[in-house]
Design a protein around this ligand. Structure first.
Ligand SMILES: [Zn+2]
Length: 101
């Protein structure tokens, strides 16, 4: 349950150091959420029961990228850090990853 290849792929593509990934029980504060990102400490938390863990990983990864590269990007293009933007980039990257592997 590591998804190490996907993580390596994403880090290489976006040129960022690898974040931590933790598989956690469903957060008690939200019934919908399948993962979340912890800023500053760079931890991607993924719910153990998530249907598509790779997609959740890619999604939370983009929150991480936004934080690491955030300042400049957000100033240039605010929409990039919206949930929609994060999700679209996650779907695109996952497609790329699955086509390549
Ligand atoms: Zn999100």
């Amino acid at each position: 349950m590591t998804n190490q290849n996907l993580l390596t792929f994403l880090c290489k593509k976006h040129k960022v150091p690898p974040p931590y990934v933790k598989y956690v029980d469903r957060p008690h504060w939200d019934d919908e959420v399948e993962g979340y990102y912890v800023p500053k400490v760079h931890i991607l938390c993924i719910w153990k029961g998530a249907e598509d863990k790779e997609l959740v990983l890619a999604h939370e990864f983009h929150h991480y990228v936004d934080e690491v590269k955030g300042d400049l990007l957000q100033r240039l293009e605010k929409r990039l850090s919206t949930e929609d933007g994060v999700h679209q980039r996650a779907v695109r990257d996952l497609k790329e990853f699955r086509a390549a592997s």
